[in-house]
Design a protein around this ligand. Structure first.
Ligand SMILES: Cc1cc2nc3c(=O)[nH]c(=O)nc-3n(C[C@H](O)[C@H](O)[C@H](O)COP(=O)(O)O)c2cc1C
Length: 258
């Protein structure tokens, strides 16, 4: 967003400073109204900027297209966890009580959407009295002043881009969906416990079936199936889950897998 071009100038400087690392040329917010979600959601991180015009108003302070979308279209965005850095332009002498206030509003809107806000800077070297862009004891992002400190802008941009890189702005795309923590791989001890647990459950199930079918868990409740060819007899339990074979005495017990 820009009215007289100074915010656009800083956006261009940021674009140059990022060089090949940046995915898009600066985008004027007015040009993407109606497709803000599609535009913002495709990038792993965002650097967003605004001037401050609407002095004294409680909200919609930028005087740009941002004001049209903050509390409408933007409220439907899914940007949770996305890294967002804010920059702003203002006049710290003429508007010392409201220096770059709109940057604070831009910050609040993205923060309210669950974005990971990065790029806070020190207030040292500015002459403002008050600003809604102050969060804690820092500015919410990079603040520039094309009216009173034009000569400092380039250095500020260079330093800020280095800071954003340190804060991981290029570290892959943050997912809008928080990652689900992966379960640790099962250990051998876990697997043994699972087998024991299954065996125990199987034993309990056998007991229940015996109890409810009125059968006793002894050889009387097994049914013989004689194979005259092999001479072996297969004895199956009433529930069909357990069997053993007899050839001659003694009988050989074999438990079927559950
Ligand atoms: C009518 C008017 C109101 C302004 N209000 C503020 C203000 O409240 N706070 C501030 O820091 N700057 C204020 N400014 C200064 C502008 O934010 C500053 O000139 C900025 O660089 C303009 O950015 P742009 O060229 O990208 O539109 C105001 C300027 C004008 C002319």
């Amino acid at each position: 967003g820009t009215s007289t071009g100074s915010t656009a100038d800083v956006a261009d400087l940021l674009y140059e400073q990022f060089g090949d690392d940046i995915a898009s040329e600066p985008i004027e917010i007015d040009t993407i109204q109606g497709s803000v979600a599609k535009t913002f959601e495709q990038y792993g991180a965002l650097v967003v900027g605004t001037p401050t015009w609407n002095t004294g108003a409680d909200s919609e302070r930028s005087g740009t297209g941002w004001d049209e979308i903050y509390y409408g279209e933007m409220q439907d965005l899914n940007l949770v966890g996305k890294k967002v850095a804010v920059f702003g332009l203002g006049d710290q002498v003429s508007y010392a009580e409201n220096y770059a206030d709109a940057s604070g509003e831009l910050y609040d809107v993205f923060e309210g959407l669950g974005c990971q806000m990065i790029g806070h800077t020190s207030q040292d070297g500015y002459e403002h009295e008050a600003s809604k862009a102050i969060k804690g004891d820092k500015f919410c992002g990079l603040l520039c002043d094309a009216v009173n400190q034009e000569e400092l802008t380039e250095d500020r941009v260079v330093q800020w881009v280095a800071q954003l890189k340190e804060e991981g702005i290029l570290d892959g795309s943050s997912s809008a969906t928080p990652e689900v923590a992966a379960a640790p791989a099962p250990t051998a001890a876990d697997e043994i416990n699972v087998v024991k647990e299954l065996e125990e459950q199987s034993r309990i199930l056998d007991e229940n079936i015996m109890t409810h079918s009125g059968l006793k868990n002894d050889s009387d409740s097994f049914t013989p199936h004689h194979n005259p060819v092999t001479g072996r007899t297969m004895w199956t339990s009433a529930d069909g889950r357990t069997c053993y074979y007899t050839v001659d005495a003694p009988k050989v017990g074999t438990k079927l897998s559950p």
